[in-house]
Design a protein around this ligand. Structure first.
Ligand code: PEP
Ligand code: MG
Length: 552
């Protein structure tokens, strides 16, 4: 059994043999051409033929993948008619005596150079479109391309796929895509997504000798497993069935409001730990990111992530989720592994006295870097900041002062900064008891039940299952949640739940009866939760509060 990692584009599972797609790269004749007029004529014929071909590809893409992808071929046609491009090709032939193929290729590179100067990943990804367009003309000049054929459905592996190549593949025979290069926002990735084909990009370790071998494309975890053993195969067949079931559920829920039968609207967002999880949040129809643990940016690093690194990460997240909100939690060291560069032990890091917002405030220079990056991301979309482990009002006020200072600093430097709502994670008993005071300082509350439980019931959240008498449905916890909701609402702010309990559908009814306004849960739990919400009718008599593991 072999494995390699990749970036997941579609969170599905495909099982089948690997087929290696080979792009027909051909050599160009780079000797000078003697008959420029004949070369111009060849080029013009191929260009016109290619424009006509784009229309065919447009129709195919429209039928298979929808208007967004089909638009790519409109763009190709426009590029083929672009005066600057056409003039450059002609000049290459007439003045530089290039043959048509080479002239087209050089003109495409000139166009690419113009795009590559733009400092925007989306624009840079369009470079692929230019090369795709040029390749189409060149193939025509060289007599066309033979169709790739294989005789059974397979996971198709390629160095990279252009949209034209992807659209031209016979989808009856494609179980999924794996590419060495590519990006999760390339057109081919968008195509895979709209066709719900499991796909991995940046899968660099695929070995050619695996051609024909049975493989599992795991788009949930971002890996390719080659020659799986029987247990793995059985496990993934089961996962595949679950994915199909979820897809059906999603289709049923897609676009429908998260509303109980009696009309309570509930917000359901996703907890996201890494950028790679964003796709899962989107695939499950999340109404935003309800908690982004920024800790992962620091974990395992040799030095602090600087402002630019943090900003780029938040920006990518915001752009991916737009127009939905993104709630960025400031670092909470205890939920992170110790950062290597801090040179401190795990015990020191998890020492409860220096967690969450307190620890951030103990190192204002470092905290400012994070706040500046967040404010900059807020200029791009709906960014909200949430403060973990708050225990007193001063922590919130100091943070607000720091935010204000950072905002002024950015203004002086002429760097755009946006406004961001400020929320408090209610996850300490202290915060519950002073929730009325905290609510005056906040735009929203979100309840971190994982920590609230461990500090209320004195159980380590990581080993709670093994602790006698530990009860995640403990009445004290339920009271704490209810009191927090009431305090928030007394001050007119919404109250959500971002801890694991929010995903426990046995509790959904009780949380909604308490007045909880929304949930942020692991992406995999979004659909079951949405389903549970839509099945509820709060006009019915209340069900009894569940009792945790009665046999314990
Ligand atoms: C929580 O404590 O419930 C929470 C959501 O925060 P974390 O799990 O990141 O500590
Ligand atoms: Mg917490």
């Amino acid at each position: 059994m072999n494995q390699c990692k990749g970036a997941s584009v579609v969170a599905g599972v495909a099982i089948g043999p690997l087929y290696f797609y080979q792009r027909p790269e051909r050599c160009y004749d780079m000797t000078p051409c003697e008959d420029a007029a004949a070369e111009l004529e060849r080029m013009e014929q191929a260009r016109q033929q290619s424009i006509a071909q784009q229309k065919v590809l447009y129709e195919k893409a429209l039928a298979e993948a929808g208007p967004d992808i089909a638009a790519v071929f409109d763009v190709h046609a426009l590029m083929l008619e672009d005066d600057e491009f056409v003039e450059t090709v002609k000049e290459n032939i007439v003045s530089h005596h290039m043959r048509a193929e080479y002239a087209v290729r050089c003109a495409a590179y000139a166009m690419v150079d113009r795009f590559a100067e733009v400092d925007d990943e989306y624009m840079r990804a369009r470079v692929d479109d230019i090369m795709d367009m040029a390749r189409g003309v060149i193939y025509l000049l060289q007599g066309g391309v033979e169709e790739a054929v294989w005789d059974e459905p397979a996971i198709v592996v390629a160095e990279e796929f252009t949209p034209s190549e992807a659209v031209q593949l016979d989808k009856k025979y494609v179980l999924g895509f794996v590419t060495h290069l590519g990006s999760t926002i390339s057109h081919t990735s968008i195509l895979a997504r709209s066709m719900e084909l499991p796909a991995l990009v940046k899968c660099k370790e695929v070995q050619p000798e695996w051609a024909g071998h049975l493989a599992i494309l795991d788009g949930l975890e971002g890996r390719l497993i080659v020659d799986p053993d029987v247990d793995t195969l059985v496990k993934y067949r089961r996962i595949q069935e679950e994915v199909v079931h979820r897809k059906k559920l999603l289709r049923r829920l897609k676009g429908k409001p998260n509303e109980t039968m009696d009309g309570h609207i509930v917000k359901v967002m996703a907890n996201v730990n890494k950028l790679e999880d964003v796709q899962a949040a989107k695939d499950n129809d999340a109404e935003g990111v309800g908690k982004f643990r920024t800790d992962f940016l620091f974990v395992g690093q040799n030095s602090d992530p600087d402002e630019e690194t943090q900003f780029n990460c938040y920006k990518e997240l915001v752009q991916a989720m737009k127009p939905q909100p993104v709630l960025l939690a400031t670092v909470d060291w205890a939920s992170a592994e110790p950062a290597r560069y801090l040179n401190i032990t795990k015990e020191e890091v998890t020492e409860i006295s220096s967690r969450g917002i307190r620890r951030s405030l103990m190192d204002p220079a470092k905290f400012r870097v994070q706040l500046r990056a967040m404010l900059r991301a807020a200029a791009i979309g709906d960014v909200r900041i949430m403060l973990p482990m708050v225990t007193n009002v001063k922590e919130v006020q100091y943070t607000k002062d720091l935010i204000q200072e950072c905002r002024q600093e950015l203004a002086r430097e002429g760097i755009p900064a946006g406004t961001m709502q400020l929320g408090i994670v209610i996850e300490t008993s202290a915060a519950v008891w002073i929730a009325d005071e905290l609510a005056k300082e906040a735009d929203f509350f979100t309840i971190g039940t994982n920590d609230l439980m461990q500090y209320t019931c004195v159980v380590d959240r990581n080993t709670m299952e093994d602790i006698p008498f530990a009860d995640p449905y403990h009445p004290a916890l339920m009271h704490a949640i209810y009191e927090t909701v009431k305090a928030g609402h007394r001050h007119g702010i919404p109250v959500g739940i971002c801890g694991e309990m929010g995903a426990d559908t046995a509790l959904t009814e009780h949380f909604l009866r308490m007045g909880v306004d929304g949930f942020s849960v692991n992406p995999a739990m979004i659909l079951p939760l949405r389903n549970a919400i839509r099945d509820l009718d709060l006009r019915e008599p209340a069900s009894p509060v569940p009792v945790w593991n009665e046999n314990k």
